[in-house]
Design a protein around this ligand. Structure first.
Ligand code: ATP
Ligand code: MG
Length: 399
C-alpha cells in the first residue's frame, strides 16, 4: 500500500548557510535508522523534505515499514513523517488509490463512526482541479464507496485524515502524520561527554543534549568494592537505551574509591560530597580532552540537593577549565521524570542500587563550600594529583 515515507523537518529549514550541513546530517541519520529494517531503501533529500523509498520498484513490506517508522520516532531533527503512496499527477489515479487505501484504513479504525476529512494541497498549478475541488471529489467518491453513514465530515478534528499533495512530477496520498522528536540532527554539533550516574536526571540531560545535535560519550563513577557490580551494570543498561538516539556513545568506567578513601582520611567530613564532585569533574575533563569531547554534561538542577546550591555548583565548576552544559538546571523533578518515562530510562533509573556518591557520605553535607575552602581541603590530601592520575590510568571502557 505504501511506496514511500515522507520526512518533514522544521528548525533546520530556518538555517542559513549551514543548512546543507544540517540536512546532510539528517539524511545520514535517517539512512542509519532505516538499516534496522534490513530492507534495501533509498534515502534522499528533495526540496526541503527527505524521502525514503524501497530500492526496487515495489511497496514496503509491512514489517519493514513498521520497523522504519519505529526507528524514525527517535531521529532528532524530524518534525513529522508519513508513510505515503506516490502516484502519477492524475485525478483518476489519486481517486482509485485513495479509495483502496481508505477501505483498509476505515476497517482498521477503532472508532465506530469516525470523523473524517480530506486535506488537499497542490503546488502544481497546472493541475485541473483546485484543492477544494479535489477534497469534494474524494469525499463524494468515498461516500459512494462506503455509504454516507460510514463517517461524519469534521474539518477541525478528525479521526481519519486523508492527505493529498499534487506536485509537478508526482502526487502523494497518506493517512498518518507521526510526530518526530524535533531538535537538531545528532552530529550537527560537536561531541560531548556526559557524567552519567544511575539516577533519573543525567540520562535525561544526555538525551536533551543529543536532541540539540551533540553526540555524547558517557563517563560513570563507581566505588568498588564499596559499591556492587550492579552499580555499573545499571549505567550500562542506561547507555544502551540512550544509544538508540545516536550512532554510538562509549562508556568510560571510573573507580573513585581510592580518592574517596583519601578524602575520608584527610578532609572535613561535611565537605566530602563537594570534593568528590570536583574530582569527578577533573577526571571527566581529562577524558574529554583525550577523546576530543568539547564539553561536559551533567544532570544538575539548581537547588535539588546540597551539592547543587549555587555556591557548591560554583565551587565544583571551578575544578575545571571546560564548558559544562547543564540542560536540566531550571527543570523541576516532575518534568524530568516525565521525560525519563517518555524516553524509556525511568524504569532502569528507578532500580535501587548503591551510588558512588553515597560512599562515606557525610550525614549533613555542607550547602555552601567556598572554593578557597575546597582548595584547602584538597591540599591536605597527600599526592592529590597522583591519585587522580592513577585513577585515570585505570579507567576501563565499553566500546
Ligand atoms: P542523577 O539523577 O543524574 O544522579 P542527582 O539528582 O542524583 O542526579 P547528584 O547525585 O547530585 O544529583 O548528581 C549531579 C550530577 O553529577 C548527575 O546528574 C551526574 O551528571 C553527575 N554524577 C553524580 N554521580 C555520578 C556518578 N556516580 N557517575 C557519573 N556522574 C555522576
Ligand atoms: Mg545521583
Amino acid at each position: 500500500m505504501y511506496n514511500c515515507v515522507i520526512c518533514r523537518y522544521h528548525e533546520i529549514a530556518t538555517k542559513g548557510n549551514n543548512r546543507g550541513m544540517f540536512e546532510k546530517c539528517l539524511v545520514d541519520n535517517i539512512k542509519h535508522a532505516v538499516r534496522a529494517a534490513d530492507f534495501p531503501c533509498r534515502v534522499r533529500r528533495v526540496r526541503g523534505r527527505v524521502w525514503i523509498e524501497p530500492e526496487a520498484a515495489e511497496d514496503f513490506a509491512p514489517a519493514a515499514l513498521e520497523t522504519i517508522l519505529a526507528a524514525l520516532k527517535d531521529v532528532f531533527g524530524l518534525e513529522s513523517f508519513s508513510p505515503a503512496r506516490r502516484l502519477p499527477v492524475d485525478m483518476d489515479a489519486i481517486r482509485t488509490a485513495a479509495l483502496d487505501m481508505a477501505a483498509a484504513v476505515f476497517s482498521g479504525c477503532s472508532v465506530g463512526h469516525p470523523r473524517f476529512r480530506v486535506r488537499a494541497r497542490r503546488s502544481n498549478k497546472r493541475f485541473p482541479l483546485t484543492s477544494k475541488e479535489m477534497e469534494i471529489d474524494l469525499v463524494t467518491a468515498l461516500a459512494e464507496r462506503l455509504g454516507d453513514r460510514a463517517f461524519d465530515i469534521d474539518l477541525d478534528e478528525a479521526d481519519i485524515t486523508l492527505g493529498v499533495e499534487v506536485r509537478d512530477e508526482f502526487s502523494l496520498i497518506y493517512f498518518d502524520i507521526f510526530r518526530g522528536p524535533g531538535g537538531l540532527p545528532v552530529g550537527s554539533n560537536p561531541r560531548v561527554l556526559t557524567l552519567l550516574s544511575g539516577g533519573i536526571d543525567s540520562p535525561v540531560a544526555a538525551w536533551q543534549i543529543m536532541k540539540r545535535g551533540s553526540p555524547t560519550d558517557f563517563i560513570t563513577f563507581h566505588s568498588a568494592p564499596y559499591t556492587p557490580p550492579e552499580t555499573v551494570d545499571k549505567v550500562r543498561g542506561l547507555v544502551k537505551v540512550l544509544n538508540r538516539f545516536q550512532r554510538h556513545g562509549r562508556l568510560f568506567i571510573v573507580n573513585l574509591a581510592e580518592f574517596q578513601k583519601a578524602v575520608r582520611d584527610n578532609c572535613v567530613e561535611r565537605m566530602r560530597t563537594v570534593l568528590y564532585r570536583r574530582a569527578m569533574f577533573r577526571i571527566a575533563e581529562t577524558v574529554a580532552r583525550r577523546e576530543d569531547c568539547k564539553a561536559l554534561v551533567t544532570g544538575e538542577a539548581l537547588g535539588q540537593v546540597a551539592s547543587q546550591t549555587v555556591a557548591n555548583m560554583d565551587t565544583i565548576n571551578r575544578a575545571v577549565d571546560m564548558l559544562v552544559l547543564r540542560p536540566l538546571v531550571g527543570t523541576d523533578k516532575l518534568e524530568t521524570i516525565a521525560v525519563a518515562e517518555r524516553i524509556g530510562t525511568m524504569k532502569l533509573s528507578s532500580v535501587q542500587v548503591p551510588d558512588s556518591c553515597t560512599v562515606f557520605a557525610p550525614s549533613s553535607p555542607a550547602t555552601g563550600v567556598p572554593v578557597d575552602l575546597a582548595l584547602r581541603e584538597e591540599a591536605k590530601i597527600p599526592e592529590y594529583a597522583r591519585i587522580l592520575e592513577k585513577i585515570v590510568e585505570d579507567i576501563a571502557f565499553d566500546a
